[in-house]
Structure formats: structure tokens, C-alpha cells
Ligand binder design. Structure first.
Ligand SMILES: Cc1cc2nc3c(=O)[nH]c(=O)nc-3n(C[C@H](O)[C@H](O)[C@H](O)COP(=O)(O)O)c2cc1C
Length: 412
């Protein structure tokens, strides 16, 4: 998977998964926007995710997209739980594809983390005050009737009918994702949301076949995977995002994740997206320090032990670091979230930094043509060149500049 055919940096070496080819290994990581209207995306998503395709990102994710209305964290979270959503997402996937990127959807269900304010407010649970303003609270569902933290709303423990209905919702959402034009589907099994709530012994205290042993706790995740895989086309890849370790006070660790990843692979998952955190307990596990590449070790372990392609993500900002992660065989893809928000043209800048043949091939010809012209100007007039700037038919002003960053010096 990591063999490099030539001098192309691995970051820019195309990769084929099933029959889907990504032009490079850069992934814009899923990012919730909290601006959807009744689950449907707006212009914001088209522009926000579209800009990553414009800058040459190989795989462009949207955001966690709920498979049923109560699986949203807030009233403004994205969803794909109704057929009317298909057309709205189709507009985004068409645009992303027209620019040469692969559109990817992350399907999710927040479980007990439902019915809250968004991050711009305080993420607090909705109350009767919100209800009076049209934002009706609702009860979340979960494997067990345990709140996320003391003081948070208590979810309803899912019975077997709930589980069956929920799995059907994942299947239907996956089918709508096909119809909406997505080429990659990721199942969100991380960050303390419903699937993770089933996996973790901290949040899953069930005594039936969906709880107890590791095998029992993995059952819901694997049934979701089977339901999605059954409708997700055989020629398109399925990703699964995992919390490789669950973070402060948690119990789920890397050995559990390796066992899960082996099962996921056997059930038709093609790529493990290696994240962490989301369920907290009283155990001794310390918090994960957010240092550059803090989750790369999880990706390395999963890739090495399970022989499955992985995505590394988390505080990866430097092109050289991204390239080294791939060269060392620690991951097959590099996902960025906040860095792309900070610098949407990161792929173009990374190509320049890594000396990739013709970086401007990454962007649309409409932009590349103008940027090439600017490069020619720079070659023609290197820093230090003395030029005459015309101020009128008979008047010229000498002008020179020391370097691109220095201010101009004019003599009149
Ligand atoms: C605004 C924002 C929204 C996010 N929403 C999601 C999401 O919907 N699903 C998900 O799995 N991760 C989500 N994440 C986590 C990112 O995908 C990523 O894993 C994390 O930010 C670490 O990468 P970074 O250091 O490059 O930002 C979000 C992150 C940010 C900054």
C-alpha cells in the first residue's frame, strides 16, 4: 500500500480503494458545522467543504450526519434521515467530484449526547426555555440508562426493537448516501457517540447479548457495519472511525481496538480512521496530551497488527511530518481538520514544500492559469531588480524591492 512508484511524495501518490481512486492521501477530516436546517445542508456546507476540493484535497469529508432525527446532538446538526435530503447533498457531491476530489460522508448517531446547545453557546442540555423558543428537547437513546456525565440528561436504554430499528436507520441512511453521490462512507464509531457507547464498558452495562463481554459490546457495531455494507456498493470503500483509546478515566484501550479492527476487517470495513476520546470514567487512564501527531501511534499499531489501511489524524500540520508518517508506514492517509480551517490551501502549500512536480495541477485550471502567470512575473523580475513604474506618459518612478516580504522602496 505504501510503495512509491517514483519521486512523487507519498502524500501525493494516488491511492485506490476498491474501485475508488483518490488523487492523493490528504483527507479533510469530518467537521460538524451546526448550521443544518431540519438535517439538510445549506450553502455553508457547499462552500466550506467545497473549498477543500478546490485546493486539491484527495478525500473531502462532510460532517457527522445523523441517521435519524434523535441521533443529532442539536437541532442544527446534519442528517440524512429523509429522502428529501438526498438532493441537497447531491449538490455538494457533484461540486466536489467536478474538482477531482472524492466526496465522503460520515454517518453517525449521538445516542445519549442528544438534545443540547451547540458549541457556540455552551453545549448544555436543552430546557423548557429552549422549548418556548421552538427548540424542543428530546430524550436520547443509549445502551444503558446512564448519563454522559453527572447532571446530563438520562437516556432511555434501548430495547431489542430499538436496536433493530436503529440498525435499519443506518442501512437506509447508507442507501441515501449512495443516492446522494458519495463514494466513501464512514461509520462514526468514536468520540462517545452511540456505537462507542455500546463498545465501552463505562457506558454499556447491558446484561443481554449486546453487553457484557467484549464480543457482546462489539455486536451492535458489527451489526451496523453489516447493515451498511449490505447496501453500500461493493466497489466503494467503507471507513470506520474508532476511538482507539477512550481517554481520561476510560477503560477501552488499544488491545480492545485491535480486536475490534480485526472484526471490522472481516465484516468488510476497508479503512480504520484512528481517533480517540469521548467516553470518560473513573479509571486510571490519563488524558491524552494533544501534541503533534498524538494519535499516530494508534494508527501504527492498528495498521501493523491488523494489516488494514488507516487514517492518521490529530495535530498534523507540517507537510514534512505528514510525509514522514506515510513513509514510516504508520498510516495510509493523513486527515486534517483545524489546519485546513486555518489554511484551506494546505494541499497546494504542502505540494510546494515537498517539491511535488507541478503543485498547481492540484487546483482548477481557472486558478492555476493565473497563478502560473504570477510565477512567471516572479521569475522575470527577481528581488532586487530595478524597474521603472510608469506614473503617466512622461513620468516614470524607480522602484525596487529587497524581498517579497519587505516593503517597497520608491524614489521619485
Ligand atoms: C469544528 C470541528 C468539528 C468536528 N466534527 C467532527 C465530526 O463531525 N466527526 C468526527 O468524527 N470528528 C469531528 N471533529 C474532529 C476532527 O475530525 C479531527 O479528528 C480533530 O479535530 C483532530 O484533528 P486536527 O488536529 O487536524 O483538528 C471535529 C473537529 C472540529 C475542529
Amino acid at each position: 500500500m505504501n510503495d512509491n512508484p517514483g519521486d512523487i511524495p507519498l502524500l501525493f501518490t494516488p491511492i485506490k480503494l476498491r474501485s475508488v481512486v483518490a488523487r492523493n492521501r490528504i483527507v479533510s477530516s469530518p467537521m460538524c458545522q451546526y448550521v443544518s436546517v431540519d438535517g439538510a445542508p445549506t450553502e455553508w456546507q457547499l462552500v466550506n467543504f467545497g473549498r477543500f476540493a478546490m485546493s486539491g484535497t484527495g478525500i473531502v469529508f462532510g460532517e457527522e450526519t445523523a441517521v435519524e432525527p434523535r441521533g443529532r446532538k442539536t437541532h442544527h446538526c446534519a442528517g440524512i434521515y429523509h429522502d428529501r435530503h438526498i438532493e441537497a447533498y447531491r449538490r455538494i457531491t457533484d461540486f466536489i467530484k467536478s474538482l477531482g476530489s472524492v466526496p465522503a460522508i460520515q454517518l453517525g448517531h449521538c445516542g445519549r449526547r442528544a438534545s443540547a446547545h451547540g458549541p457556540l453557546k455552551d453545549r448544555a442540555p436543552l430546557t423548557e426555555t429552549d422549548a418556548r423558543q421552538g427548540l424542543q428537547p428530546w430524550q436520547g437513546i443509549a445502551p444503558s440508562a446512564l448519563p454522559e456525565n453527572p447532571g446530563r440528561p438520562i437516556p432511555r436504554a434501548m430495547n431489542l426493537d430499538d436496536i433493530r430499528g436503529n440498525i435499519a436507520a443506518w442501512r437506509d441512511a447508507a442507501q441515501r448516501s449512495v443516492d446522494a453521490g458519495y463514494d466513501i462512507c464512514e461509520i462514526h464509531g468514536a468520540h462517545g457517540y452511540l456505537i462507542h457507547q455500546f463498545l465501552s464498558p463505562v457506558s454499556n452495562k447491558r446484561t443481554d447479548g449486546y453487553g457484557g463481554s467484549l464480543e457482546g459490546r462489539m455486536r451492535f457495531a458489527l451489526e451496523v457495519v453489516d447493515a451498511v455494507r449490505a447496501v453500500w456498493p461493493k466497489d466503494r470503500p467503507l471507513f470506520f472511525r474508532t476511538s482507539a483509546v477512550e481517554g481520561a478515566g476510560g477503560e477501552w484501550g488499544i488491545e480492545d481496538t485491535l480486536a475490534l479492527a480485526r472484526e471490522l476487517k472481516a465484516h468488510g470495513v476497508d479503512v480504520i480512521d484512528c481517533s480517540s476520546g469521548g467516553v470518560m470514567g473513573d479509571g486510571p487512564m490519563p488524558a491524552i496530551p494533544r501534541v503533534p501527531g498524538y494519535q499516530v501511534g494508534y494508527s501504527r499499531e492498528i495498521k501493523r497488527e491488523v494489516a488494514i489501511p488507516t487514517v492518521a489524524v490529530g495535530m498534523i500540520t507540517e507537510p514534512g511530518h505528514a510525509e514522514a508518517i506515510l513513509r514510516e508506514g504508520h498510516a495510509d492517509f493523513i486527515a486534517l481538520a483545524r489546519e485546513l480551517m486555518d489554511n484551506p490551501n494546505w494541499p497546494l502549500h504542502a505540494a510546494r514544500a515537498l517539491g511535488y512536480g507541478d503543485p498547481l495541477n492540484l487546483v482548477h485550471a481557472r486558478e492555476a492559469q493565473r497563478l502560473r502567470l504570477r510565477e512567471r512575473h516572479r521569475e522575470e523580475y527577481p528581488p532586487g531588480t530595478e524597474v521603472e513604474i510608469p506614473f503617466g506618459p512622461g513620468e516614470q518612478v524607480s522602484y525596487s524591492w529587497a524581498a517579497r516580504s519587505a516593503g517597497p522602496r520608491t524614489r521619485r
